[in-house]
Design a protein. Structure first.
Lengths: 253, 253
């Protein structure tokens, strides 16, 4: 078996976040698979085949890429941000587990990338500077009550929260509902950061507070960070700095 | 005020994780500040001054770098992994908040990097493929009972856990105690990953289970990931794949 599969994180948006390891893995591939807009962000090489698919077709894309690699090809699956955080690496692992035994013998490499929460946090200051949770608000693959339990647990225990998939056209109310849920546990002054299309030309970063946070400004390209009781805002010329101190004194609210 | 401060993440260990943005920020600096071993990992330029310090001197390093930038210099603070995750960005923000007003007028850029949890997860498969928490086990800056409350909350709500600072010479018992605490909530078969010095020549990645996890194999260069009830292990030739599926059905234990 000479096939090889790389699951490659290209970072959250800025081409200057594409690591040398990711660049090398993409260049070395015979075939590239991925969501169309991600494939458009990587440099083309004439001899490579390109297989673009919709972002709701993760399992089919994973299976097609694995089947291709099992034929002996060098295949790269291109993922936005980091492939291991709410992205393609888990779908590839699921496909390997449920697929033919030959897929388990494939050489698989996961290439890490700058995940959206790191990119948004960097723009704001250091909101993830102490304990935090990353949580998908999509209830396509888990019941909403599970998400509510996790919001309650994380907020009351003093974790900062980073929300992936906060809204989509098919999921318009989830982010507003999550803010309402958090208002039970956290003061209205708790800092909230909306990072939209960070690293791209259309980037918008908004710093507000939980009582003023308006879910309608978020879209599928937005990552949202909600602070803990410890998170602080430092006023200065321009956008304030938001950070969570390295020291913590209390957990429960 | 022409001074500029960049807080630059150089990634978790492999030079191929140094992003082009980080490389550019380091090259552009007149002065580099950082923990000695991190400074040794970045390329030298003759005209740059280098200011190495001990890893327990974060606040003094932050203040020295800010004072230097306030004189009009281009200063880069070099941080391992991502500067916003248990690293220098929060210390810089703290120093700005408590320092002279002129520091608030400085131009500050945070350059994200490949954090250790992303690097270790990539080696193992996709253990952070669904909701997860990042938690420092250091009780230097927070009481141990706060850490216990966060372990309880995260494990019972179904989050995967990534532990930063699991042990040090001065904190020998914390990781074993955290494993004991988690054994109250999670089955003994829950996957545990130790990633030591990932990306460096001396890298060792160990996959085990919560009932067998031996805290004594961890050191200061180790990041530990503990799965949730949903995390799966896929046997295959060599090291197994560990992943957390994208779908979740239950939260509480």
């Amino acid at each position: 078996m000479s096939g090889h599969l790389a699951v490659v994180g290209i970072g959250a948006g800025d081409v200057r976040w594409l690591t040398p390891e990711a660049q090398t893995a993409i260049e070395a591939a015979d075939a590239l698979y991925g969501y169309g807009p991600y494939l458009e962000r990587v440099p083309a090489r004439a001899e490579q085949s390109r297989h673009a698919s919709d972002n709701r077709e993760e399992m089919r894309r994973a299976e097609a890429a694995l089947a291709h690699a099992a034929q002996g090809a060098r295949v790269a699956v291109v993922s936005g941000g980091d492939p291991g955080v709410f992205a393609m690496a888990a779908a590839i692992c699921e496909a390997i587990e449920s697929g033919p035994p030959s897929w388990r013998a494939l050489e698989v490499t996961i290439v890490p990338g700058i995940s959206a929460m790191l990119a948004v946090a960097a723009r704001a200051g250091a909101p993830l500077g102490h304990d935090f949770c990353a949580l998908s608000l999509s209830d396509n693959l888990k019941p909403w009550n599970v998400i509510e339990q996790r919001l309650d647990a994380a907020a009351t225990a003093g974790f900062v929260l980073a929300f992936y998939n906060p809204v989509s056209r098919a999921r318009p109310w989830q982010l507003a509902s999550a803010f309402d849920r958090l208002r039970r546990h956290l003061p209205g002054t708790t800092p909230v950061i909306f990072g939209r299309a960070v690293g791209r030309a259309e980037e918008v970063v908004t710093v507000t507070s939980l009582d003023l946070a308006d879910a309608s400004i978020a879209d599928m390209a937005t990552l949202v960070i909600v602070g803990s009781r410890a998170t602080r805002v430092v006023a200065r010329p321009g956008r304030p700095l938001v950070y969570t101190p390295r020291a913590a004194t209390e957990a429960s609210t």
